[in-house]
Ligand binder design. Structure first.
Ligand SMILES: NC(=O)c1ccc[n+]([C@@H]2O[C@H](COP(=O)([O-])OP(=O)(O)OC[C@H]3O[C@@H](n4cnc5c(N)ncnc54)[C@H](O)[C@@H]3O)[C@@H](O)[C@H]2O)c1
Ligand SMILES: O=C(O)C[C@H](O)C(=O)O
Length: 354
C-alpha cells in the first residue's frame, strides 16, 4: 500500500456517522475514475450519513496522477471521506473491499466497437476477479464499468466463484439516463420527470432501449402521470430514432470529445450504486446488467441488462413484461452478441493460460 491517509472519524462533524463502507475504485486516475471519486466523496453513493473508505488502484505508470487526485481529495475535505488509500498492487486493492467499482480498462477510440476491447480488457478482469475472490469481503458488491462491461462482468464473476452471483453487475445506467434525457427533450420536460425506460441486453450498439413502460411524472400538469407513448404520440419515432440515438450516444460523444464519456459515466455509476444500496422508489424501475438466472429466456450466466427494482441492498428482475415483435427481434440480436462475446472472451482467456 503506497499511502494511507486517515482523516479520522473524530474529524467528521456528524457524530451519528456509521462505520465507513470500503470502496475500491480501479483506474482511479483515468477520466471516469477522476470524476467518480469526487462524486463518491460528496456522498452520492450511500447518502449523507454514510462515510466511506476509498482505496484507489492504478497502474504503476499512473501513480503520479493518482497521488495528485488524492491531493485534490484532501483539499476538498469531504466530511464523509474517512480514509483514502492508494495502491498499484491488485492484491492490496481488494482486501476487505465491500464495493468494487471496476473502471480501469482501455477505452475505445473512434471507429471501434466496445467488443474490440475484449481480449485486452478480459485479462484485467480475470485478474481482478481472482483478487476479489481471495481478498474481498464475502458479500462484496461489484459494478463493472470498463468495456465491454457486460462480458467483463461475466469474467469477473466466473473468476470470483466464492462471492454470490447476484453481487456482480455491469453498468447500463448511463444508457438509461441517456434515454431519459433524449425522451425528455423530445417532450419538453426535465429528465427527472421520466421514469421506467428500460435498457435490455448489452451495453453496446445492439442494446434495446424500450419506452413501453415509460411514464412522465407531473405531466401535463403537476400531480398527473402520463404514459411515454401517449406523451410522445409518435410510435415510429419511439421505435426507430429514439432507439438508435440512445444506442449510438456513446459513439456520438467520442466523435465530439475525441474521448469517451467520462463525467456522465461516473454520475451513472453513482446512480447505479445508490439505487442498489438505498433502494428504488415505489413503482420505479431501473436498468442494471446482472448475471442472468434465465429470466425472459436469456441463457443463464450471461450478464444481461434487465429492468430491476432494488430493496435492502438486493435487486430483483421485474417479471412478466411483454415485448412487441420488433423488440423481441432486437433482444434476440443483443443476446446473440452477448453469447458471441462470452465465447470469444473465454476462448481467449483459456488460450492465454496455456
Ligand atoms: N459502461 C459504461 O457505460 C461506460 C461508459 C464510459 C466508459 N466506459 C469504459 O470505462 C473504461 C474507462 O474509461 P476512461 O475514459 O476512464 O479511460 P481512461 O483511459 O481515461 O482511464 C482508464 C484508467 O484505468 C487505468 N488502468 C488500466 N488498466 C488498469 C488495471 N489493470 N488496473 C488499474 N487501473 C488500470 C489506466 O491507467 C487509466 O488511468 C473504458 O473501458 C471505457 O470504455 C464504460
Ligand atoms: O462508448 C464508449 O465506448 C464509452 C461508453 O461505453 C459510453 O457508452 O459512452
Amino acid at each position: 500500500m503506497d499511502r494511507i491517509h486517515t482523516l479520522g472519524r473524530h474529524m467528521c462533524p456528524n457524530k451519528q456517522l456509521k462505520q465507513p463502507i470500503k470502496v475500491t475504485v480501479t483506474g482511479a486516475a483515468g477520466n471516469i475514475g477522476y470524476a467518480f471519486v469526487f462524486f463518491a466523496g460528496q456522498g452520492r453513493l450511500f447518502g449523507q450519513d454514510q462515510p466511506i473508505d476509498l482505496t484507489l488502484l492504478e497502474l504503476p505508470n499512473s501513480k503520479r496522477p493518482m497521488m495528485g487526485t488524492v491531493m485534490e481529495l484532501d483539499d476538498c475535505a469531504y466530511p464523509l471521506l474517512a480514509n483514502i488509500r492508494t495502491t498499484t498492487s491488485i492484491d492490496e486493492a481488494f482486501v476487505g473491499c465491500q464495493v468494487a467499482v471496476l473502471v480501469g480498462a482501455k477505452p475505445r477510440g473512434p471507429g471501434m466497437e466496445r467488443k474490440d476491447l475484449l481480449s485486452e480488457n478480459g485479462k484485467i478482469f480475470k485478474a481482478q476477479g481472482e483478487a476479489i475472490d481471495r481478498y474481498a469481503d464475502r458479500d462484496c458488491k461489484v459494478l463493472v464499468v470498463g468495456n465491454p462491461a457486460n462480458t467483463n462482468c461475466l469474467i469477473v464473476q466466473r473468476y470470483a466463484p466464492s462471492i454470490p452471483k447476484q453481487n456482480f453487475t455491469a453498468m447500463t445506467r448511463l444508457d438509461q439516463n441517456r434515454a431519459d434525457s433524449i425522451l425528455a427533450s423530445k417532450i419538453g420536460v426535465h429528465s427527472r420527470q421520466i421514469r421506467n425506460l428500460i435498457i435490455w441486453g448489452n451495453h453496446s450498439a445492439t442494446q434495446v432501449p424500450d419506452a413501453s413502460q415509460g411514464i412522465i411524472m407531473n405531466y401535463p400538469q403537476p400531480g398527473m402521470v402520463t404514459a411515454a407513448r401517449g406523451a410522445v404520440s409518435n410510435d415510429k419515432w419511439l421505435t426507430t430514432e429514439f432507439v438508435e440515438t440512445v444506442a449510438k450516444r456513446g459513439a456520438a460523444i467520442i466523435q465530439m470529445r475525441e474521448k469517451s464519456s467520462a463525467a456522465s459515466a461516473a454520475s451513472a455509476a453513482c446512480d447505479h450504486i445508490h439505487d442498489w444500496f438505498i433502494g428504488t422508489q415505489s413503482g420505479q424501475i431501473v436498468s442494471m446488467a446482472v448475471i442472468s438466472d434465465g429470466s425472459y429466456g436469456v441463457p443463464e450466466g450471461l450478464c444481461f441488462s434487465y429492468p430491476v427494482t432494488c430493496q435492502n441492498g438486493k435487486w430483483q428482475i421485474v417479471q412478466g413484461l411483454q415485448w412487441d415483435e420488433l423488440t423481441k427481434k432486437r433482444i434476440e440480436v443483443t443476446t446473440k452478441e452477448l453469447i458471441e462475446e462470452r465465447d470469444l472472451a473465454l476462448q481467449s482467456l483459456a488460450a492465454n493460460t496455456k
